[in-house]
Each structure stands twice: as C-alpha cells, then as structure tokens.
Ligand binder design. Structure first.
Ligand code: GFB
Length: 309
C-alpha cells in the first residue's frame, strides 16, 4: 500500500473509522475514499457494487457495523445480526468483484466462547457456546470471518481479520442506554459530580473483568496489519491486561473527580465474566499498544468535556 493508493474506509465516521482516518492522514495517505451512510447505504448491494466499480479502491478497511454495549446488544438482536451480516456480505462481495488488492475486516473479542480459557487464543474460535447477551452480533462477526476466509480459499482474495478487544476513545458513543461501559462511566460520574449527587449507579456486580484498548492504538494496529499481515488466520488486537469493572470505576472516579458513592445494580447483566485476549501473535510481528489505560481515560475525558462546550 503506497501513500497515493486509493483506500476505502467503510464506516469512517464511527469510533474506529474516524481514528483510522486520523492515522492514515497523519501517515501521509492522501487518496482516502470516504462515504457517509446518507450517500452510500452499505446494505444496498447495487449501490455498493456501483461505488466499487466506479471508484476502484485498491485497499479496504471494513470497520463499518452496528455496534453497542451489553444493553443495546441484548435489546436489539435482530438489528445487530441483520445489519452486520448484510454489511459484511455486501462489501466483501463487491470488493472481490471489483478486484480490490486487500481488505481488512474487524470483529470483536465477543466472538470467542463465554467460558474460553484466558487469555483467549485465536484458536478458541467456535470451541464453545457464546455469551447470550451478544450472540447475535458475535455470530454475524463470525460469519464475516468465514466470508473472508472463504473468498480467500476459493478466489485467492487477500482478506484479513483483526479481532480487537473492548475499545474506547475520542468519537465514542456516550448515550447511557446504548454505549459501552467506559464512556458510560465517564458521563455518569461527570454528571454526578456536577449535580453533587451522593451516589452514581453502575450496572452489574462490578466483578466482571474487561480489557480496554485506546482506539488510536487500534488504528495503528490496523494499518500495521494492512501493511504486514497476509494470513487467513484471525489475529487478536489488545493490551493483554484486564481489570474488574469495580477497579475501572475507581480510575474513572479519580480522573473525573467524583467523590460520591458508587452503587452496583445487580439487576443489570454482567455479561461475560472475563475476556482478556492473548496478543502473542501480533506481538510476534512487532506491534505494541502505546497508550496506558489511565492516560487514555484522561485524554478521552478531556475530549468528552470539549464536546459539551
Ligand atoms: O462495555 P459493555 O457494555 O460490554 O459492558 P461487554 C462491560 C461491563 O460493564 C458489563 C458493566 O459487565 C456491564 O454490566 N457496566 C457497568 C456497564 N455499568 C455499565 C454502564 O453504565 N453501561 C454499560 N454499557 N456497561 C460488549 C458486547 O460486551 O462488548 C459487544 O455486547 C462488543 O457486542 C463489546 O463485543 C466490545 O464487554 O459486556
């Protein structure tokens, strides 16, 4: 991939897509093909095929999809499985037909079995039952992996699949119903501090463990893989470190400066109790995350506050 290669970033306005555009531009890539949903519906097969035939991208980052936290996944299963399945099938087919040189597809660590041995190796895929709250999304992403591997096997199509852990950073969704845990905690504690509320409510029991990767580090890893990885096997992207939701609350509380009580609502789902990734494969290629969790949360909180002005 050269700096003047035509590169299509599907999903460029989202958390991952916007970080990828920042990274590509900062690395001198000048021919980015970007289309907003209103201009190109990725579920519309003829529109997508037309776009690829006309624009002829050589490289594709397929980071578009319907995403959300545990409550959104559990509440909108039909939309999560349909939209993600359709986007993957439509873009991968059109990319192959139009002679794209290489496509990178992103999934999520929820593709792995709920009780996978930790840290989770790539080989654990399809070795046990999924977490029920996100099985719809997970199955759509697993189908995306198999699509990529099938097009490589039958057509020699160079599609690779990166499996990131839980992400956070600037450009995230801070809606308290549909977001992931980290932006939700930042917003809840921020609003509780402003309101001098005696307590803030957090979902679940606080005991689940999660791993968090700053989205700028993911964007860096995706460019790294697009330039250096050409295997059929999926590859994990994370930090290899996790913590309990209870400990995460303490870090966010400190960053936001909230002094009140944190109350856990065990009526809300915990989801998977642990899903930390084994990142030895990407490490062996020479990639390392750069952002510590504390730094990343401080930077994200500053960004969140800048959006409130
Ligand atoms: O980030 P999160 O929604 O996704 O939840 P998952 C992580 C943990 O944080 C769960 C707890 O145990 C939640 O119960 N939690 C506590 C909260 N308070 C909150 C809150 O206010 N909001 C949210 N959202 N969580 C998702 C999958 O699972 O991970 C997706 O459903 C995707 O498909 C994503 O894979 C990366 O880590 O549980």
């Amino acid at each position: 991939m050269k700096t003047d290669s035509p590169i299509y970033v599907a999903g460029h306005t989202g958390l991952v897509g916007s970080a990828l555009v920042r990274t590509l531009r900062s690395q001198g890539y000048t021919r980015l093909l970007l289309r907003e949903r209103k201009d190109l519906d990725l579920i519309d097969q003829s529109a997508v095929a037309g776009f690829f035939e006309k624009e002829r991208p050589e490289y594709v980052f397929l980071v578009a999809g319907r995403v959300g936290g545990i409550h959104a996944n559990d509440s909108y299963p039909a939309e999560f499985i349909y939209e993600n399945l359709m986007i993957e099938a439509t873009v991968i087919q059109a990319a192959w037909r139009a002679g794209v040189k290489k496509l990178l597809f992103t999934g999520s660590s929820c593709i792995y079995p709920k009780l996978a041995p930790q840290p989770i190796k790539e080989e654990c895929l399809l070795s046990g039952p999924l977490e029920p709250t996100n099985e719809w999304y997970a199955l759509a992403k697993i189908a995306g992996i198999k699509l990529a591997q099938a097009y490589r096997k039958q057509h020699g199509f160079n599609a690779i699949c990166a499996m990131p852990t839980n992400l956070y950073g600037p450009g995230d969704n801070f809606d308290l119903k549909t977001s992931h845990v980290l932006p939700a905690l930042i917003r809840k504690f921020h609003e509780a501090r402003l309101a001098a509320a005696p307590e803030a409510v957090v979902w679940g029991t606080g005991t689940p463990r999660r791993e968090f990767l700053h989205v700028n580090d993911l964007a860096d890893a995706l460019l790294f893989l697009m330039l250096r990885y050409d295997q059929s096997g999926i590859i994990n992207v994370g930090t290899g470190q996790d913590l309990t939701i209870r400990d995460l609350c303490e870090i966010v509380r400190e960053v936001v400066g909230y002094k009140g009580r944190i109350v856990f609502d065990s009526g809300m789902p915990d989801g998977t109790l642990r899903k930390v990734l084994d990142i030895s494969r990407i490490r062996s290629l020479g990639w390392r995350p750069k952002t510590s969790l504390k730094e990343g949360i401080e930077q994200t909180y500053r960004w969140y506050c800048s959006t409130l002005q």
